[in-house]
Design a protein. Structure first.
Length: 465
């Protein structure tokens, strides 16, 4: 940070603006909520049209301006042509029968890397938990000796419920078949060495290793390549939940030999609330000549050349598209496409990651400089008034999100800070009882906004101390 300008201090506007000049934003491509639209100002207020400071893209990304036009075009097609739009579009847009085809090449670089040698390994379909069950139905094949699922303790509840449901469907006991791995006592995040040790010691009993690529609560980015390699060495199936990673950090799932992955698209992929999800399946499981992988099949995964012949025999499309079940929501599909096109505009996920690291490193540095900050290494029993950061400091171990834990635990301090931020037009995310998640987005947030957020946190803490 100090290399930006020696003259300006970390907390000066000049410092933040210098960083912004180096890393310009793409905020003009998004609709940013205003204080008026958030009901934080009256129409006659001088600040009514002022943009909010939106640090909640880890929960719901903002809407690209192009999205409204794209959705309106499909509504017009439905209105003007009805069913004819499935196959013919006089406006030159994609017919509904192939509406998701243009998404695949836009999505592939985000999951497979800039080379994206096997774009057929990705597909959009369903929603996150539905896709998790779909993948587990194909890949979780327990037997008497290998039947366990290894994952992180306190995973997002929907994942945990899916794991519980899958082992019960196969007749196993939850307490025996699930291995929720927790951090060491007094620590907030998992050590890679502890994950690897568990895989080495219990790998012969583990059917599936399935962690969140980025942990929703702590913001920890796991070492996907190393963990996958360890799991494969013990003949485990290795999958990943990319809900907080897709569109946030560069991924190379094929090169890392990941078996499968699932993701949603309404966070860093900015596809809108309840947006369509997606999957990745390594080509070795689906390429011609591979053994047919049993799956939950549907007609949209069938060979498009014979799909409308309504045959009884399922003929899966090679690749991830063969796992699709129903034709996708047209409106959801064009929403994700407009966002993915912005990744191309910005130079790809690698360029956006560079900007993201600058934003998050700056946020971390500012928070550490706060008089109310306490190192995460100290035990909770010794914590007094203030906060710590439970997200790893190492940039390679986190994405855009920093999670702040407020002390004393259970005191209600977090809620007071959160309410003050919201009244100030700063939109973050609370995880009760004590955590606020802040996520400066690589598309539309600025370093100056980062400074504004930290100043607001210090302001309310100063008033409450």
């Amino acid at each position: 940070m100090a290399s930006c300008t020696a003259a300006a201090s970390l907390r000066s506007r000049a410092y933040a603006l210098a960083l912004d000049s180096k890393y310009p934003s793409y905020a003009d491509s998004f609709n940013i909520p205003t204080l008026l639209s958030l009901n934080l100002a009256q129409a006659d207020d001088a600040n009514a049209s002022k943009s909010s400071t939106y640090f909640c893209g880890n929960s719901l990304g903002l809407m690209p301006k192009a999205t409204r036009r794209a959705v309106t075009a499909e509504l017009d097609a439905w209105s003007d042509q009805g069913v004819v739009s499935h196959f013919r579009r006089p406006d030159g847009r994609e017919p509904w029968v192939s509406i998701d085809d243009p998404v695949q090449p836009l999505l592939a670089p985000l999951l497979l890397g800039s080379n994206a040698a096997s774009p057929a390994e990705v597909a959009i379909m369903n929603t996150l938990t539905g896709n998790l069950h779909t993948m587990l139905s194909a890949f979780y094949k327990p037997n008497a000796t290998r039947y366990k699922i290894l994952y992180e303790a306190k995973a997002f509840p929907s994942d945990t419920y899916a794991f519980q449901g899958q082992v019960k469907l196969h007749g196993f006991d939850i307490d025996d078949a699930l291995i929720p791995l927790a951090p060491r006592a007094g620590e907030y995040t998992l050590r890679t060495e502890d994950i690897l040790k568990t895989i080495e010691e219990q790998g012969d009993q583990i059917a599936v290793v399935l962690f969140s690529a980025i942990q929703f609560y702590t913001g920890q980015l796991f070492d996907i390549e190393t963990i996958t390699r360890a799991g494969k060495a013990k003949n485990c199936i290795v999958g990943w939940d990319l809900a907080h990673a897709a569109g946030n950090v560069p991924l190379r799932l094929h090169d890392w030999d990941v078996d499968f992955a699932v993701f949603c698209s309404y966070k860093y992929l900015n596809s809108g609330p309840g947006g369509i999800g997606g999957i990745y399946v390594h080509e070795r499981h689906t390429k011609p000549g591979a053994a047919a992988l049993p799956r939950l099949a549907g007609w949209w995964g069938n060979n498009p050349a014979t799909r409308f012949q309504m045959l009884d025999e399922f003929d899966p499309i090679p690749g991830a598209a063969g796992f699709r079940m129903s034709n996708p929501s047209v409106l959801n599909t064009v929403c994700i496409r407009t966002s993915l096109e912005l990744f191309d505009l910005a130079g790809g996920i690698e360029a956006l990651r560079e900007r993201s690291l600058s934003l998050t490193n700056y946020l971390f540095a500012l928070l550490e400089s706060s008089p109310h900050y306490q190192p995460a290494s100290t035990t909770e029993a010794n914590q007094k008034f203030g906060f710590t950061i439970i997200t790893p400091k190492d940039p390679a171990q986190r994405g855009a999100q920093l999670s702040l834990l407020f002390f004393p635990l259970g005191s209600g301090l977090m809620q007071k800070v959160f309410d003050h931020l919201e009244k100030s037009g700063i939109i973050g995310d609370e995880r009760r009882p004590d955590v606020i998640r802040l996520s400066p987005n690589h598309f539309y947030n600025t370093h100056e906004e980062v400074l504004t957020v930290v100043e607001a946190i210090d302001e309310v803490l100063n008033s409450l101390e």
